[in-house]
Design a protein around this ligand. Sequence first.
Ligand SMILES: CC(C)(COP(=O)(O)OP(=O)(O)OC[C@H]1O[C@@H](n2cnc3c(N)ncnc32)[C@H](O)[C@@H]1OP(=O)(O)O)[C@@H](O)C(=O)NCCC(=O)NCCS
Length: 226
Amino acid sequence: MTTAAPRELVIYGGGGHAREAVDLVRALNAVRPTFTLLGHLDDDAARHGTTVGDLPVLGGAAWLAERPAPAPAVFLGLGANAVRRRVADRLHALDVEFATLVHPSAVVAADATLGPGALVAAGAVVSVAVRVGAHAHVNVGATVSHDVALAPFTHVAPGAHLAGNVHVDEGADVGIGAAVIQGRRLGAWSVVGAGAAVVRDVPPNAVAVGVPARVARVRADGWQLA
Ligand SMILES: CC(C)(COP(=O)(O)OP(=O)(O)OC[C@H]1O[C@@H](n2cnc3c(N)ncnc32)[C@H](O)[C@@H]1OP(=O)(O)O)[C@@H](O)C(=O)NCCC(=O)NCCS
C-alpha cells in the first residue's frame, strides 16, 4: 500500500474563519497527515510578512502566481460569501486546485457530494444525497438533511438546521441557529437572520428574520459583486 505525501496548502484570509480552517487541517493531520500548511495569503499588503498564530502571511494572489510549480492547493478561509466569490473569480485564471475540508468529527453521507473549496466543520452533519457546491461552507454543528442542494458560495452558520430538499441558491447565508423547513428555497444572495424559522421561500437578495421568518428588506441587485 502506498501513502500519498501530504499536499501543500495555503489558506486565503487571516480572520476567524481562516484560523478555524487551520485548526480543522491540524485535526485532520492528527488522524492522517494530509496537508502541509505553508501559511496564509491576504489581499492586504500591510499584513504580508506578519503572522497569524504560528503561520506566516506569505503574500497575496501574486505570491501564488509567482510560486514555481507544483502550486500548493488553496482553501478560501473567508467568512463572507461575496468575498469568497470575488477571490475565486480572481484566482480563476491561475487554475488553482481548491482543497475541500471535512473535519474528522463531521458526518458526511457516502453519497453526498462536496465541491472544490467546500467545508464541513466540526460536528456538522451532511446527510444522504446532499450536494455541497464549490466554496459552500457548512459550519460547526450545522445539520443538512437529505437531498439538500447548497449552491456555490453559500454558508450554513453554526447550529443551523436545514430539513430535507431545501435549495440554497448561490451566495445565500443561513444565520446562526436558524431552521428551514423541508422543500423551501433560499434565493441567491439572500440572508436568513440568526435564529429565524423559515417556513416560506425567501426571494433572492432578501434578508429574512424572525419566527416565522419574514422578509425585512431586499438588497439591490448586484449587491454580491459590489
Ligand atoms: C439579519 C441580519 C443580517 C440583519 O443585519 P442588519 O441588516 O445589520 O440589521 P440591523 O442589526 O440593523 O437590525 C435591523 C432590525 O432587524 C432586527 N434584527 C436583526 N437581526 C435579527 C434577527 N436575527 N432576528 C430578528 N430580528 C433581527 C433588529 O432588531 C432591528 O430591528 P429594529 O429596526 O426594530 O430595531 C443580522 O442581524 C443577522 O442575524 N445576521 C446573522 C449573523 C450570523 O448568523 N452570523 C454567523 C457567523 S458564523
